[in-house]
Write a protein that binds this ligand. Structure first.
Ligand SMILES: N[C@@H](CCC(=O)N[C@@H](CS)C(=O)NCC(=O)O)C(=O)O
Length: 216
């Protein structure tokens, strides 16, 4: 297999972490692009992912893009049922949380941490308070849902860490950053779960080395 990633990306982190968690790291070629310099904008990579975005995975004649489906593919290939349940109830729970994080939770969180952590780290100007306030309104709405769900659970599906945790937790490193202005203390179950996730070895192994490296 060959996996295309960038250092600057929670989307790449979740897939790299899944690769490590499932034991595929040794047999997978990793190609890192410097996306800020547009290294991914080649015809060769367009044949892999016409969106010219990472992460993307090739496995034989399969070209797969979008971080969450890549994680599911890897888990199914490994037969890792506890990491990505194959029974209808477990599978639909995974898909539900993955849809929710893309559309709601991580979108709001991403907007906040982009303004407060990533933009300053990249030298891209001062945080825009209007954008932060708008994102915070959404963040509170959806963080409350996650917080209630996590009460009494170690991970999103219960006892075991799953692809749903890697998906919903993708932005954890930035949200935990002291500069992030993400009001995590209002949502103690979310904060405790983020810290629990940071203790999962394969997740820990992919922690960004600097705040800028966690930015999308
Ligand atoms: N929905 C995609 C998002 C992928 C994405 O936005 N990747 C960013 C890095 S985090 C990228 O490749 N940006 C380069 C570009 O847009 O040219 C996924 O889940 O994989």
């Amino acid at each position: 297999m060959k996996l295309y990633v960038t250092d600057l990306s929670p989307n790449s982190r979740r897939v790299l972490a899944a690769l490590g968690h499932l034991g595929f790291k040794g047999e997978t070629e990793i190609q890192k692009f410097d996306i800020l310099n547009g290294e991914q904008r080649t015809e060769a990579f367009r044949a892999v992912n016409p969106n010219l975005k990472v992460p993307a995975l090739t496995d034989g004649d399969l070209n797969l893009w979008e971080a969450n489906p890549i994680m599911i593919y890897l888990a199914d290939k490994a037969g890792a049922d506890s990491f990505c349940p194959s029974d209808p109830r477990g599978r639909i729970e995974v898909l539900r949380w993955m849809s929710w994080e893309v559309q709601h939770y991580n979108r709001a969180l991403g907007d906040i941490v982009w303004e407060t952590v990533a933009k300053p780290a990249f030298g891209m100007g001062a945080p825009d308070q209007e954008k932060i306030d708008a994102a915070l309104e959404n963040y509170h709405r959806f963080a409350a849902v996650l917080n209630d769900h996590l009460a009494g659970r170690d991970f999103i599906l219960g006892e075991n860490v799953t692809v749903a945790d890697f998906a919903v937790g993708a932005v954890s490193a930035l949200a935990l950053h002291p500069q992030s202005q993400v009001p995590l203390d209002d949502y103690p179950h979310v904060k405790a779960w983020y810290l629990r996730l940071e203790g999962v070895p394969a997740w820990q192994a992919t922690a960004p080395r600097a705040p800028a490296e966690a930015a999308e």
